[in-house]
Design a binder for this molecule. Sequence first.
Ligand code: SF4
Length: 310
Amino acid sequence: MEKDILIQEINRLRKEKNAVILAHYYQEKDIQDIADFVGDSLELSKKAAATSADMIVFAGVHFMAETAKILNPEKTVVLPDLNAGCSLADGCKAEDFIKWKAQYPGHKVVTYINCSADIKTLSDVVCTSSNAKKIIESFPQDQPILFAPDRNLGKYLQNETNRDLVLWDGSCIVHEAFSLDKLIALYKEYPKAKIVAHPESETQILKVAHYIGSTSGMLNYIVSSDAEIFIVATEAGILHKLAQDAPGKTLIPAPAYEDNTCACSECAFMKLNTLEKLYRCMKYGYPEIKVSEETRLKALVPIQRMLELS
Ligand code: SF4
C-alpha cells in the first residue's frame, strides 16, 4: 500500500477503534511522525497508565507493550511485530533469575524495565534509566540490592550512588556496539562537540561522555545546551526527534565497531516495526499482547512502586 494511503487508513482506524499510538524514540521516523505520543520507556509507561483509549498501539518492543498491558488489563494492546524483542529482556530468563536471586537472601531486587513480566513478578521495584538513581537511593544506604538485567547501567549506578550493587550480567547489543577508538578519532575531528551517552553504554564510553542520561535526558540536554555539535551515543532513531527539537544543531551518531551505511547503531528489534505492520495490527487487533491475571497482578506491584517514586 502507498505510504499516503497507509497514513489515511491508520488515521481512520485510530478514530474508529478509539486507539492511541505510542511510539518509542527508536522507532523509524514515519512511525514517530504518526504517533500520538513519542517518548522513552518511563514517559510511555506514564502515558499508557493514563490513557482513556480502548486500544493501545505500542510501537516499541515486547516488554514495553507488555508493561502497557499490565497497566491496562481491560484494553486491547497490540504490537506491530511480535518478534520485536530486546537483548536485555531475552537474556534474563525467569528460571535463571530465580536461581540467581536465591543466592542473595536479604537483598532487594531492582529491575530495569527492559525485562519480561515474569522477571517483574520477582522484583521489588522496577526502574527506567530516567529514574534508576532515584529508585536505588530510595532504599537505606545499608540495604543490599540486586540489579538486573543491564550490567552497564548497573555499573553506572554503582558509581552514581556509591553503593555496591550485585549485577546481573546482561547488556544491550546496540549500546555495547560503540567503539571507543572510533569515538575518540571522531572527537578529534570535532573538538568542540559534546559527547552524550545513554547509561546502557559501556563504562569506557561513559568515561569520555560530557553528559550521561536517559533518552529524554539526552534530548533535553542537547536542546538546552549552548553547544552546537553533539556526538550522540544511543540508538540512531533519536536523531529524528533531535533534528525536530534542536534545529540548526549538528548531530553526529557515535560510531559502532562494525562499519555500516549510516555509521551508527540501530536496534534491529525496534526496526522490525513498520508503518504497514502498524496499520495491520490496528486493523486486525493482532498481534495482541496477553498476560495472565496472576502474573499481571504480581508484576503490577513493582511497576506501581516505580510510578509512585518517579
Ligand atoms: S536498543 Fe537495546 S535495550 Fe533498547 S530495545 Fe534494542 S536491544 Fe533492547
